[in-house]
Design a protein around this ligand. Structure first.
Ligand code: SF4
Ligand code: SF4
Ligand code: SF4
Length: 337
């Protein structure tokens, strides 16, 4: 029997959902077991960083890195795994675009620490003690990772071969990647070109079965999901719910609209779009008739319409703020002021 390939699965700044998703592949796990040995998986079994550092370069066949880069440890392990792996996959929206941890880029380390260690009602910390990077205890010197000011994507710190978006990636996408690697290992079939996003390049609206009114229909009012009971067959956006489908990559099977919930955009944008939030804002302006009418509308009227969107940043950039051209909200002025 041929020697098994080596797989690593690591979590940076994430929630653990991506690790669980890898276990969700049901019978495909047997295909993985047949060809692969998992050599790094902190959530599954104990392992020491020194053991990974001691591995020969490129001796791990594929590394799946989930979670964003929030601190020096996330970045260091990403760099070590890159060195030790032949193929590096950014697994899940946090690794690909920053994900929900990336929304912390509206603030900075100082403000996060002040909130967490001082200003939260349940915190009792009169001396404002915060985690120290170095601490001399009687048992020896202790070290904690450095907490960065900004959340970064995996490809900001290492060279990434493939991207698998989703929060978490769906079983069909994971199975597609497992199949590709299995065929490559067993038959020598070529892997996809470097940089490939393992998902469709159509928009979610293309795979959503809900009926859309392409022209003519415009909305005047935006609703929150709890405010209306939408028609189960019609497009949610046409019914006034902000569904990010027009600005989102297909591949999940339109899971959320199928369950009567608007898409939040976790698959990120298609390859032709650099800024998912701006793309959705433009789609929304068009469906609210702002673009056609703006010559006749006052700025105040446009503002009133757009102010119906609660939490615009969390709505349009829930998963992609660090990857967008905005990258982060500038807080320098606030800090100096
Ligand atoms: S992509 Fe989603 S499921 Fe995966 S680590 Fe990030 S938040 Fe969790
Ligand atoms: S906007 Fe949402 S509900 Fe409407 S077609 Fe697109 S994905 Fe489906
Ligand atoms: S419908 Fe949207 S939010 Fe839901 S899983 Fe698909 S891409 Fe993600």
């Amino acid at each position: 029997m041929a020697e098994k390939i080596k797989i690593a699965q690591y979590w940076g700044a994430g929630c653990g959902g991506c690790d669980v998703a890898l276990l969700d592949i049901d019978a495909k796990i047997l295909d993985v077991h047949a060809i692969a040995k998992v050599v790094v998986w902190p959530i599954g079994f104990d392992g020491k960083l020194k053991e990974i550092e001691a591995m020969p370069d490129k001796s791990i066949t594929v590394s799946f890195y989930n979670g964003a880069i929030r601190n020096s440890e996330n970045e260091h392990v990403a760099k070590v795994l890159r060195e030790k792996s032949a193929v590096m996959i950014a697994f899940g929206s946090c690794a690909c675009f920053g994900g929900t941890p990336g929304l912390a880029n509206v603030t900075n380390k100082k403000e996060i620490f002040e909130t967490v260690y001082k200003n939260t009602p349940s915190t009792d910390n009169p001396n404002f003690v915060t985690p120290q990077e170095h601490y001399k205890a009687k048992e020896g010197d202790l070290e904690l990772p450095k907490f960065w000011d900004s959340v970064k994507t995996l490809d900001e710190v290492v060279d990434v071969d493939y991207f698998m978006p989703g929060c978490p990636p769906t079983v069909n996408l994971i199975a597609m990647a497992v199949d590709a690697v299995a065929k490559h290992v067993t038959t020598g079939a070529p892997l996809p070109p470097k940089g490939t996003v393992i998902a469709s390049d159509k928009t979610l609206c293309d795979e959503c079965k809900r009926e859309r009114v392409e022209k003519g229909k415009r909305i005047d009012k935006i609703y929150q999901a709890y405010e209306i009971k939408p028609d189960p067959k019609k497009c949610l956006l046409d019914q006034g719910l902000i569904c990010i489908g027009p600005a989102t990559r297909a591949g999940c099977g339109a899971m959320c609209p199928n369950a009567q919930m608007p898409c939040r955009g976790c698959m990120g944008p298609t390859s032709g779009v650099t800024d998912q939030g701006a793309s959705m804002l433009s789609a929304l302006s068009s469906i609210m008739n702002i673009t056609d009418k703006e010559a006749q509308m006052s700025e105040e009227q446009i503002m009133t319409m757009m102010m119906q969107v609660k939490d615009p940043l969390g709505t349009f950039y829930a998963f992609t703020l660090p990857k967008s051209p905005l990258r982060r909200i500038v807080t320098e002025k606030k800090r100096k002021g």
